[in-house]
Ligand binder design. Structure first.
Ligand code: SF4
Length: 100
């Protein structure tokens, strides 16, 4: 059984905006054979009408950007570490505000 991925450090995963972005001007799935789609074990990417889309952003493993290094055309990007830290801080503060 896999670990519970609905939370990350106690925060609801769907509130954390960590996921890959695809630069459509660089992406060319015919050249790579849809490599990111087959590489990602969490099914974050999907094939749609000859293109690739980020169809399951909240399934992405928070902090993991291994697919970025797999893309031969440098089309995948992620938030920076600093942006991730700020996202987590914002979600945590929001939860604390709602709890009080
Ligand atoms: S691996 Fe890169 S070039 Fe290939 S489909 Fe994914 S984003 Fe596009």
């Amino acid at each position: 059984m896999g670990r519970d991925r609905s939370t990350y450090t106690g925060l609801p995963r769907e509130k954390i905006k960590w996921h890959p972005r695809i630069d459509k001007t660089r992406c060319n799935p015919r050249e790579c054979g849809y490599h990111c789609v087959s590489f990602c074990p969490f099914k974050v990417f999907s094939r749609v009408d000859g293109t690739v889309v980020v169809s399951n952003p909240s399934s992405c493993n928070v902090g993991d950007e291994s697919c970025r290094f797999q893309c031969p055309l440098g089309a995948i990007s992620f938030p920076t570490r600093e942006e991730l830290k700020m996202m987590l801080k914002t979600v945590r503060e929001e939860l604390e505000r709602n709890a009080s």
